[in-house]
Design a protein. Sequence first.
Length: 121
Amino acid sequence: MPVAEAGDDSVPAVATGRGGAGGHPDAVVERAVERGVLTGAEAELIGASRLEETSLRILAAQQGGGYWALAKRRSRAEERLVRALVDGDLDPGPVPQRLAVALHECPRSTGPRRARARTPC
């Protein structure tokens, strides 16, 4: 998914607050956090930069980080969010069976990406 500023039509509608599958964007992002698709920090980043339309440059300056690192973090989070939406894992109601199994069998890793890639999750 391309890195883009708020208002860019190349990003999913749910990420920009223009509606989409699964309900109101705030509710979709909240479900994504509840179901382990996004972290709270990723949800706040998407909310601030897409829904509230705060520039990534401003957010990076406020957080004392780099613009490109923040843009990449948002891009990766949005990719997971879109994948979960397409798979139906964020539909309102009970957690879909395949996601429940994945969350139970594959706890979120905080280790390096290379180490996680060797696991079935």
